[in-house]
Design a protein around this ligand. Sequence first.
Ligand code: 13P
Length: 247
Amino acid sequence: MNRKHIVANWKMNTTISEARELAQNLASHEFPNAQIVLCPPAVNLAIVAECIEGSKIQLGAQNCYYESKGAFTGEISPEMLVAVGCTYVILGHSERRHIFNETNEMIQKKVIAAVSAGLIPIICIGETLDERKAGKTLSVVETQLRDATRLLFDKGIFNIIIAYEPVWAIGTGLSATPEQAEEIHTFIRNTSTKDFGVITQQIPLLYGGSVNESNAQSLLQKPNIDGFLVGGASLKPESFLAICGAV
Ligand code: 13P
């Protein structure tokens, strides 16, 4: 299987017309070496789905709730995301964890709900700067990883993506070095392999945090970096295309 994925997380950016323009632009290109996934804001999922129809680009959401329907004002269910054309959903992004207080337990429930609805979760894990300085990086990553994946792996479900996004590298222009990222990716790979066997090695491990056209190539040289989760640079077509071209 091709583990290379480049995922665009547009976060809370793009109006409907901006989303249409960006998606149309990207859909006019070919991406032979990687699976491209666009994750626009929820209100723009339908328009982006239309724009990428017939291309190989796939659609993802930035979040979902863990119930299928009901009195949960403002929330969106995994089933709704499938109906609008999503294949993927980002879960556990650090902005969800730190701004909206999502816990490992909530993220575990969301991951299970997403998979049950047929979505591929892109599970984000990563330490804050304080945690890194305190030498807690591996234990934070290990807990986030195990809590989000254990129940799935127990059931033999491995069709997921994991994104290592150190919080200190997100939106700061200060990317992890290829060596720093590879160290944690290797740790993630080894932890899952130790717990659940070599089958977990098919899981794409993406890096996220200030990825741009200048650092993409050197990060991709590392054997356990299978692609990227891109924020800011995914909103600029020329930068995003250059990152995709680095694969
Ligand atoms: P930036 O690429 O803007 O640092 O954001 C990374 C990110 O959070 C992707 O999910």
